[in-house]
Design a protein around this ligand. Structure first.
Ligand SMILES: Nc1ncnc2c1ncn2[C@@H]1O[C@H](COP(=O)(O)OP(=O)(O)OP(=O)(O)O)[C@@H](O)[C@H]1O
Length: 587
């Protein structure tokens, strides 16, 4: 059935396809009612001509008045319903699709985002859904309704006079055939236009993300000229595509309107041959003046319907991306985090090349009630281990388990209920200080949020803000310093009070005074928990219970700080280097 095919091709829901059916029905009714108006006009003209030519009596005004009132009432009703089914239903449909996409993206493993280009995903969620929304609301119902009503009128006209019917309607299928025949050659053009839009989005995103670095290195002119070149290329591609589309659409318009000329020529010769009455030809001219109008918008937006098909395919790719069948049951015996022969690579990038192994064979246990520090040279895989512990990514080989439960079988949302995470790159929302801390535990009372804030030493800066804790902090906390942002993140973790804590050098952006205070807050947060801390400064790990030293993705050594110092290996060397760099000063 045609609607089943539509449902599949355009990724429509049951409500969407119901809207398409009713939209088709009411568009058809609207077109027929409009034709009915033409019939009233024709009957009035017919009576008037008969009165003038044959002296026939003019009929009373009442039937025409009733006909006109009925026409307007029906037209209002059908237009109302058509609007509801072709616009409102589809606006709801695209709203639903956006939410479903967002939900799906939330559940997809991070590996998916590693594979896909972010600007491309943004374009699918925003651009593709917008294209589909416009095509559904402006073309689907209109097109099918117009085809149906035209078919009905055509059958009626055939019964009236088959030669004139053919002369009036031949141009409809030919106009559409022209557009359909060019669909395939137009596909690469549509694809190029979208690719150009994605390239511009990427460029704008990169420029905005790096605006500070660009200014600091005086690269504005260079970056802006690169961005301008991308925008110019996109403009050229889009103009070319619009031109090609315009040519095709206008050719179809011309062919469609040729039907008027053929009706006139055919009608005039039939009238001259005495085979039809002049009024019959007049009736057909009235029909052709109206019958093409519903197709105008369809032809103009047909290209959108073609590109909506590609948009729907891209959306379906995301919707069909497999989700792991993970358990939402998570009751580990304890909160020891164990890495057992873990290997990991970030996988194929957007360029399709397989990623290099970042971890090759990592085994250690971060025990409950202890602080386990991960140390090692830059790029040795410390942050990667933390990400695997919280299942932001899944290990390529080996297992990461919590209390004996393999985390790769646990639903990430369920798992993360047991984790508090403070990473270096703190992510804040464009909300108040209070709102950002409350993210740690939705439903926490104001008193609980304020207690966590105080413990993380947020009081000191919050009271300087114009509205205190209720001050909006801008996009990603742009109105705050690095240390202030980090304290909010620590307050969040304190509020969450989860049994496993991951800290990525959490006090790195703090000055000495604040660092001491935050260290105290952290001591409260960490008591009795499983703590994994990624440390860049050796001072941070002096009091750790266990140290895991990573080098090139393998565990080079592990043990207590005293054991490792005594072993005089990589850790002892790093401690020595740090001491030397601490002693270094400007000459
Ligand atoms: N998202 C990613 N995609 C691809 N490669 C990545 C990604 N994140 C990190 N890497 C690579 O993995 C390796 C280990 O990175 P990781 O961040 O775990 O190291 P690290 O020890 O924490 O380094 P640092 O001390 O500098 O923060 C690096 O070579 C890095 O380039």
């Amino acid at each position: 059935m045609i609607f089943d095919k539509l449902k599949e091709t355009y990724a429509l829901s049951d409500q969407g396809i119901r809207g398409a059916k009713w939209g088709t029905f009411w568009t058809c009714v609207t077109n027929l009612v409009t034709m009915g108006g033409m019939a009233v006009l024709f009957l009035a003209m017919d009576a008037f001509v008969k009165h003038l030519t044959q002296g026939a009596e003019l009929p009373g005004i009442a039937p025409f008045a009733i006909g006109l009132v009925a026409f307007f009432a029906l037209l209002f009703l059908s237009n109302w319903q058509q609007y509801n089914y072709t616009y409102n239903v589809f606006y709801e449909e695209s709203g639903r699709q956006r939410i479903e996409l967002a939900e799906r993206l939330r559940k997809l493993p991070l590996a998916f985002f590693g594979r896909r280009d972010l600007a491309d995903l943004t374009e699918t969620i925003l651009g593709d859904v917008r294209v589909m929304e416009h095509a559904y609301s402006h073309v689907l119902g209109e097109l099918f309704g117009a085809v149906l009503s035209t078919a009905i009128v055509f059958v009626c006209c055939l019964a009236f006079n088959w030669q004139l019917a053919l002369a009036a309607f031949w141009s409809v299928p030919v106009a559409f055939a022209i557009l359909f025949a060019t669909r395939k050659p137009m596909e690469p053009v549509i694809r190029r236009t979208r690719d150009a839009a994605v390239t511009v989005s990427e460029g704008v995103q990169e420029t905005l993300d790096c605006v500070r670095e660009i200014r600091a290195t005086n690269q504005e002119t260079h970056y802006l000229s690169r961005l301008n070149a991308k925008i110019d290329a996109a403009e050229r591609t889009t103009t070319g595509a619009e031109l090609a589309n315009g040519l095709l659409v206008n050719s179809s318009f011309v062919v469609l309107r040729l039907g008027i000329a053929t009706t006139l020529i055919c009608g005039a010769s039939l009238v001259a041959a005495g085979q039809v009455d002049f009024m019959v030809m007049f009736a057909f001219l009235l029909v052709v003046s109206r019958i093409y109008a519903p197709f105008d918008q369809c032809l103009m937006l047909m290209a959108e319907l073609f590109s909506a098909k590609n948009s729907a395919r891209r959306m379906q790719e995301i919707m069909h991306e497999p989700l792991a069948a993970d358990s939402t049951e998570f009751s580990p015996a304890n909160h020891d985090v164990t890495f057992s022969h873990v290997a990991f690579s970030y996988g194929a990038g957007t360029d399709g090349r397989a990623g290099d192994a970042v971890l090759t064979d990592v085994s250690f246990t971060a025990k409950e009630g202890q602080v386990t520090a991960l140390v090692g040279p830059s790029g040795s895989g410390k942050s990667t281990c933390a990400r695997l512990a919280a299942r932001f990514w899944d290990a390529t080989a080996g297992t990461v388990s919590v209390g004996g439960v393999d985390v790769s079988n646990v639903d990430p949302e369920t798992l993360l209920k047991d984790y508090a995470v403070v990473f270096q790159d703190v992510l804040l929302f464009d909300d108040t200080v209070m709102g950002n801390i409350r993210l740690g535990r939705r439903g926490a009372t104001d008193a609980e949020v304020l207690a966590a804030a105080r413990a993380a030493n947020c009081d000191e800066f919050a009271h300087r803000l114009p509205q205190g804790y209720d001050t909006p902090i801008g996009e990603n906390g742009s109105k705050l310093s690095g240390g202030e942002r980090q304290r909010i993140s620590i307050a969040r973790a304190l509020l969450k009070d989860a049994p496993i804590v991951l800290l990525d050098e959490a006090t790195a952006s703090l000055d000495v005074e604040n660092e001491t205070q935050v260290q105290q807050a952290l001591s409260r947060l960490l008591a009795g928990k499983t703590v994994i801390v990624i440390a860049h400064r050796m001072r941070t790990v002096e009091n750790a219970d266990h140290i895991v030293v990573l080098r090139d993705g393998v565990v080079a050594e592990q043990g207590s700080p005293a054991e490792l110092k005594a072993a005089d290996g990589l850790f002892a060397h790093m401690v020595q280097l740090q001491k030397e760099s601490d002693a270094w000063q400007l000459a």
